[in-house]
Ligand binder design. Structure first.
Ligand code: PEP
Ligand code: MN
Length: 336
């Protein structure tokens, strides 16, 4: 719509769209943007022409991307996901930190207090773990969720934790503030629909069999399509090609810039899984922040050497404190 379009003029366009069987999605602060949702029908071109002739309509832009709800064209302003009063997206940097897996009360609570003291905003911790081997630690399940709830009560920090099974979405949503979809499950469509229906904030990691950015956006679209707008994306590295073993994955920092261009959804970067080695985590965390990430998610453990999962990439409390300081030093130097 043109700048200064009145509510009546906006309502008129919305009514015209509904009349023709389209849904309408309103967004925009400076100017109003009306997103038309519906099946592409034969008279789309004519309708576009008719709408464009209205005086308050600035332009009618067909969204050509296969993902629509996730696209920047459809929703020009950045989405801000509110989690317990915390605003994620749109400029501020938030930090999620905590152990890969919840292992014990002592392990989780000591980590929660330490990461909070260092400035983290959200506590992470896996209760249901997707492990490569069925003989590896599978997580504490419901007991782990109980411990996360305790940690939240003690520290006030909201919780992010992975949900593996569509049947566990309801249970997990009772305990955690952000449902994490792991890299292995990016294209688990039944799970995506279920977290979509929950309406709960979701952190969608990039991965799956075909981890292209377009596929990732289409997976976000599955969640958005269920009416859940609280979607955050998470870049966590791609499998290393060419037999490289120096890092576990290749962190695609460029995904931050790409996502900001094509989508309005916040993007969080995970340099822990992205590199697989604690020594490389701070450098890649800074790279992500410099590239414009909306947040970081970092694995922290009181004693990485004894961690039940992902010890090699986990920072101890001191290393995490140093990372937070180095990120804080970097931020003011970043030009807009
Ligand atoms: C995790 O966050 O511990 C995890 C399993 O991550 P990913 O799905 O990215 O491998
Ligand atoms: Mn992990």
């Amino acid at each position: 719509m043109r700048k200064g379009a009145t509510k009546d003029q906006i309502d008129h366009v919305v009514d015209r769209l509904r009349e023709r069987g389209y849904g309408a999605n309103l967004s925009g602060t400076e100017v109003s943007v009306i997103g038309a949702i519906g099946v592409l029908d034969d008279d789309k071109a004519r309708l576009a022409e008719q709408l464009a002739s209205l005086p308050a309509v600035d332009k009618v832009v067909p969204v050509l991307k296969r993902f629509k709800l996730a696209s920047r064209e459809f929703h020009p302003d950045p989405t801000i996901v509110e989690v317990d009063g915390l605003r994620i997206g749109g400029g501020d940097l938030i930090v999620m930190a905590g152990p890969c897996s919840v292992e014990s009360e002592q392990q989780l609570l000591s980590t929660a207090h330490a990461v909070k003291a260092a400035g983290a905003n959200v506590l992470r911790g896996g209760a249901f773990k997707p492990r490569t081997s069925p003989y590896d630690f599978q997580g504490m399940g419901r007991d782990g969720l109980e411990l996360l709830a305790r940690a939240k009560k003690e520290t006030g920090m909201p919780i992010v934790s992975e949900v593996l099974d569509p049947h566990d979405v309801e249970l997990c949503a009772k305990y955690v503030d952000i449902l994490q979809i792991g890299a292995r499950n990016m294209q688990n469509y039944a799970l995506l629909r279920e977290v979509g229906r929950s309406g709960h904030p979701v952190l969608l990691k990039r991965g799956g069999m075909y981890p292209t950015i377009e596929n990732w956006m289409l997976c976000a679209e599955y969640i958005l399509r269920e009416g859940n707008r609280n979607v955050m994306l998470c870049e966590r590295g791609l499998p290393v090609g060419g037999g490289e073993t120096a890092t576990r994955n290749v962190l695609d920092v460029s995904a931050v810039a790409v996502v900001h261009e094509i989508s309005h959804l916040p993007i969080i970067v995970d340099p822990s899984h992205g590199t697989g080695k604690a020594a490389y985590v701070p450098a890649l965390a800074r790279a992500a922040v410099a590239a414009g990430a909306d947040g970081l998610i970092i694995e922290v453990h009181p004693d990485p050497e004894r961690a039940l999962s992902d010890g090699a990439q986990s920072l101890d409390f001191e290393q995490f404190g140093a990372l937070m300081k180095s990120v804080e030093r970097l931020r003011p130097q970043l030009a807009d």
